[in-house]
Design a protein around this ligand. Structure first.
Ligand code: FRU
Length: 324
């Protein structure tokens, strides 16, 4: 049988330290299990743009056939991505963007639309009047700018953003920075956080200050699983979240199309939607089912590798028997 060409994909991830990124990595690995001839080299920049530039350079030196990048910040990562592109290495940008059009494909949701969806929902929830506090993601990351812009331009005129807090994507910063701002702004009716981890931090702060009954909370991500945003809405901790899919599987699917010279789309925009009390239960039932199927797939993969090892060792035994 003709042997399949082998490919090496380099993946420069901005951070690997949260459940959303882990779900992305798992999605990639699930999809990769269909292509045993493809290896994925993942590098975790741990939220550091300088480190990410270095890691991309290392991957290029290692002669990867294709590069997947989730840029920690747009500006600092743009030159090295352009350089790779100019050298003819296909580059797939996932989730966060660079500032340039020089890339092969993008996979991810439209973050302006994510902000607009949140703005529309908040306008309805507050019936057109009220005061909002916005907790933003890390400055310099494209989803922060896009979610902020989409949100602001969609709010009804009777709704004011009275304060902004930078949460750098993580709950711990919200726990540190939100209390003082919230004490200065007792008029806040609702908090919009750029992801669910920060929204959960906001909930904990509100609870400490005895404001959790009064202040409404909206997040972004809507991850499945016991600690994900779907569960937070189901438990009534968040009023809503906006679905932001990781696109792990789609990224690998797009990579394989590019490597095999098959037709592909440059812009692969993942769908987004509001998850709120009216649809959360149905979504939870469905996502629990998907998670348990994914666990089955994982168990089968483990079994398969064990069988493969057994088969190989038996072949060796057989060979020894035959030649002796
Ligand atoms: C995960 C994350 C998500 C957020 C995304 C934005 O690392 O912080 O929570 O939606 O990155 O790029």
């Amino acid at each position: 049988a003709p042997t399949q060409p082998t490919y090496r994909i380099g993946f420069a991830q901005c951070t690997g330290g949260d459940d959303w990124r882990r779900a992305m990595q798992e999605g990639m690995e699930r999809e990769l299990s269909f292509y045993p001839n493809v290896t994925l080299l993942t590098r975790d920049a741990q939220n550091n743009s300088a480190r990410q530039v270095e890691q991309i350079r290392d991957l290029l030196r290692a002669n990867v056939d294709l590069l997947i990048v989730s840029p920690n910040e747009a500006e600092p990562i743009t030159p090295v991505v352009e350089e790779a592109f100019h050298r003819g290495i296909p580059v797939i940008i996932v989730d966060r963007r660079t500032t340039s059009k020089l890339y092969t494909a993008y996979v991810g949701a439209n973050n302006t639309e994510v902000g607009q969806t949140a703005g529309q929902y908040v306008s309805d929830l507050l019936k057109g009047h009220g005061n909002v506090l916005e907790i933003k993601g890390a400055r310099g990351a494209s989803p922060t700018a896009d979610r902020h812009m989409g949100f602001g331009k969609t709010l009804k005129p009777g709704i004011r953003v009275v304060a902004e807090v930078s949460g750098d994507w993580e709950r711990e910063y919200v726990l540190k920075r939100l209390p003082a701002v919230l004490k200065q702004h007792p008029e806040v009716d609702l908090i919009f956080a750029h992801n669910d981890r920060m929204a959960l931090g906001a909930y904990q702060v509100c609870k400490q200050l005895g404001l959790d009954q009064r202040i409404k909370l909206v997040g972004v991500d809507g991850l499945a699983g016991p600690k994900g945003g779907i569960q937070l809405v189901e438990d009534g901790i968040l009023n809503a979240t906006v679905l932001y899919s990781t696109g792990g599987e789609e990224a690998i699917r797009t990579a394989l199309k590019i490597l095999r010279k098959e037709p592909y789309e440059k812009e692969n925009i993942l769908e987004t939607m509001v998850i709120n009390p009216t649809n959360v239960h149905m979504l939870k039932v469905q996502s629990d089912k998907i998670l348990s199927q994914q666990q089955d797939i994982r168990r089968q993969q483990v079994l398969q590798t064990e069988q493969m090892k057994l088969y190989k060792s038996q072949k060796v035994v057989l060979y020894i028997l035959v030649v002796s």
